[in-house]
Every structure is written in C-alpha cells, then in structure tokens.
Design a binder for this molecule. Structure first.
Ligand code: TTP
Ligand code: MG
Ligand code: MG
Length: 385
C-alpha cells in the first residue's frame, strides 16, 4: 500500500481576512471581528469610511477572530471585547457577517475539490484532504492547492501534510499565516515533540492541567510517559489514545461526505394525537417543526424548493406529501404555508403518532452576483487576485 499523504488546510484569520476583501484600506492594521451586534462602518462625506474602534465598545460581546496584527497585541478569539479594548484600544472593530463567511467557505472548498476531490469537511474554514492517490510531488501539489484557493477567494491558507490527520492538524498551524509544513514520521522528535501537549487536537485545558500535574507538558514527555499511568489518570481508551497521539499514531481515514439532499425534522408524540380533538396541539407542533426546518436551512446556508410532510398513523401506516414552490425558500412562514397545503391533501381519519416536515431540492442561499460592480460595502464575490 502507498504511504498515506493527508493534508489539513486551514484558512488564515478567516473571518477577518474576508472582511479585508471588503475593506482593503484596513490591510496591515489590527482588526477585530465581534458578533452581529457590533456597529457597521459608516460612509463619510469625503467618501472614506468610518470604522468603530475597540475603545468605543461597551458590552459583553466576545471576539470571534482578529488579524495577525491584532494578535501581536495579545488579542485572540473568545476574548471579551472589553478586555481586548484594554490591550488594543485603537484596533478596528467590525461586526460578523456569517453569510459572507459561508460564501467564501464554499468557494475555497470548491477550488480544492477541483484538484483533490477526497475532502473531509471540518467546519467553516478547514478541511482534511487525502492526497495519497494523486500523482505528483507533495510540495508541488500543496502549493497548487494554496494557489487555487488564493485565485478563487483572494485569501491565504495554511497547509500541513503528514501521514495522518492528527499530525497534519498540528502542522497546518506551525507556520501560519500562508504556511506549508510537510512532515514525515522521522521528523516527529524534532518538530512535534518539543510542542506543548495542548497542540494535540482533543487535549483541552482540563487534560493539559491534569498532565501538568503528572509532570508532562510537552508532546515528547507524553510520548515517553508510562501508558499505564496515563490510563489510570484518564481511563483506558483516552489514556491509550493520548499515548498513541504523542507517538504520531493515527489511522483515522479521511471521510468524504456529500452535500445533504434534504433537511428534515420530525417528532413522535408521547401519546397519539387526534386530528380534530388535539387540533391545537398538532398545529403548534407542526408550526414548530416548520420553524426548525427553516432554522436548519438558514444555519447551513440552503434554500429548499420542495416542501414535504410525513405522517404516521396509530396503525403505523405512513404517508408523505410534497409540494414544489415557484421559488426556493428558508422562510418559516412560507414553509408552514406549503406544509399546510400538503396536509390538506391527506385524509385525517385516525390518530397520529408522528409528524415530520422536510425541505428538499436544496440550493445555496448565496446572493446572486451583481452584474456590474457591487454597491459600496458589499463584498466582491471573488476578490481580485
Ligand atoms: P480558526 O481557524 O480557529 O481561526 P482563524 O481562521 O481566525 O485564524 P487562524 O489563522 O489561526 O486559523 O477559526 C476559524 C473561524 O471561526 C474564525 O475566523 C472565527 C471563528 N471562530 C469563532 O467564532 N470563535 C472562536 O473561538 C474561534 C477559535 C473561531
Ligand atoms: Mg483558520
Ligand atoms: Mg480553523
């Protein structure tokens, strides 16, 4: 069997970097992304934009991410905005725009998939890629992927390539931003063992503290620790996993998953409900299911064009109905209306034990690209190279 070549790709300062595409005048400055509630920049009479500064912020918001210039001042993800303001009062504060981040997330993943289709999605800004079966030198391949991501999005990323997911995840972080770290198992002692144990994905603050109490702070110390001692402290499976991880052992495959075909929610009642006598309760559940489907669609960035329902009667007979709308939607009211029409097409002559609502024929909820230049403050859909 060929030795595995597993890449982990992670976008650099992702939310902040997407904002810099929209506000290029902020490049090189400390910039912090807050939540949705942060004030939008305003346009001034002279055509320039006015941005909020951290020192002007009052509230309990938390930072989602910051540019590397802000990190140099000690400002990091998950820090309270007020605390960050004490460290970097002049840093620019921008609101988060999750639709834009999802859009760029899809763009970079599609660009990678064109080159290397075996991808495991690990969230908005990172993926694992199995390069094993692809032709060509590892470095050339990784550089090609980085270039393709830059061309598709205008953004930089960092890649680690090693024989497994665990090491690649550590390596993608070693030379950020715009990094590329390729490592074989022979380099484990030099490159990985000096690192603190928390660099292993899965060793959090609690485990780090427990390990410190055992006198273990680096991955190398963990690798040399007595497995039995680790198992006593953390349990058999976690203890064994930690010891393997520190020794660079990880056999997990890259798991590719395709886009969902539908989004659905259903509920089984505690007691069977009568279509007439329990009408109010049924109607309430039905509306709530539609709202949950709408929320799921919005969270995942999809619109559904076909809305369907599923009913299971007390005798376990199951019926479904669906309706295709003129335009796709993620609106709870529109979904409720369509689902209601489906329901009217079912003869309700028995008690119900289950009710479900489904949205299918999914499409991306990204706004279509403006034909001629987007309005000011709008993100370019693909940034200039
Ligand atoms: P990360 O990849 O952890 O961070 P990053 O891309 O901002 O920076 P790096 O260059 O170190 O990879 O997270 C990706 C995005 O997820 C990040 O841009 C914002 C969001 N996020 C949060 O909302 N809260 C958090 O605590 C973290 C860590 C990230
Ligand atoms: Mg990142
Ligand atoms: Mg990440």
């Amino acid at each position: 069997m060929k030795p595995r070549r597993i890449a982990h790709l992670d976008m650099d300062a992702f939310y902040a970097s997407v904002e810099l595409l929209r506000y290029p005048e902020l490049r090189g400055l400390p910039v912090v992304i807050g939540g949705r509630r942060v004030l939008q920049p305003t346009n001034q009479a002279d055509g320039s934009r006015r941005f909020a500064r951290l020192r002007e912020y009052a509230g309990r918001g938390v930072i989602t991410t910051s540019t590397y210039e802000a990190r140099a001042l000690g400002v990091h993800s998950a820090m309270g905005v007020m605390k960050a303001a004490r460290l970097a009062p002049e840093a620019i504060l921008l609101p988060a725009d999750f639709d834009a981040y999802r859009h760029y997330s899809r763009l970079f993943k599609a660009a990678v998939a064109d080159i290397a289709p075996k991808i495991e999605d690990r969230g908005i800004d990172e993926i694992y890629i199995d390069l094993t079966e692809l032709p060509g030198d590892t470095r050339a391949l990784a550089l090609h992927i980085k270039q393709a991501v830059r061309e598709a999005t205008g953004l930089s990323c960092s890649i680690g390539v090693t024989p497994n997911k665990l090491l690649s995840k550590i390596c993608s972080d070693l030379e950020k931003p715009d990094g590329l770290t390729i490592l074989g198992l022979a380099e484990l002692p030099n490159r990985i063992w000096p690192l603190p144990v928390r660099k292993i994905n899965g060793i959090g603050p609690k485990a780090t503290e427990k390990l410190a109490a055992l006198g273990i702070t680096t991955i190398g110390e963990l690798a040399r620790a007595e497995p039995a001692a680790l198992q006593t402290q953390f349990g058999a499976s976690t203890g064994a996993w930690m010891h393997d991880a520190a020794n660079g052992i990880d056999e997990r495959p890259v798991i590719t998953r395709s886009e969902p075909k539908s989004v659905s929610r259903e509920t089984t009642f505690e007691r069977d409900l009568h279509p007439r006598h329990d009408r109010d309760a049924l109607s309430e559940v039905f509306t709530a299911l539609c709202a949950r489907v709408a929320q799921d669609l919005q969270r995942k960035g999809y619109l559904g064009r076909t809305i369907g329902i599923k009913l299971r009667f007390e005798d376990f007979r199951t019926v479904t109905r669906d309706l295709t709308l003129p335009a796709p939607t993620a609106d709870p009211v529109a979904i409720r209306r369509a689902a209601g029409e489906c329901l009217r097409r079912v003869a309700l002559n028995r008690k119900l034990r289950l009710l479900g609502v489904r949205a299918a024929a999914l499409t991306s909820s990204d706004p279509p690209q403006a034909a001629d230049g987007s309005p000011q403050g709008e993100l370019p859909l693909a940034a200039p190279i």
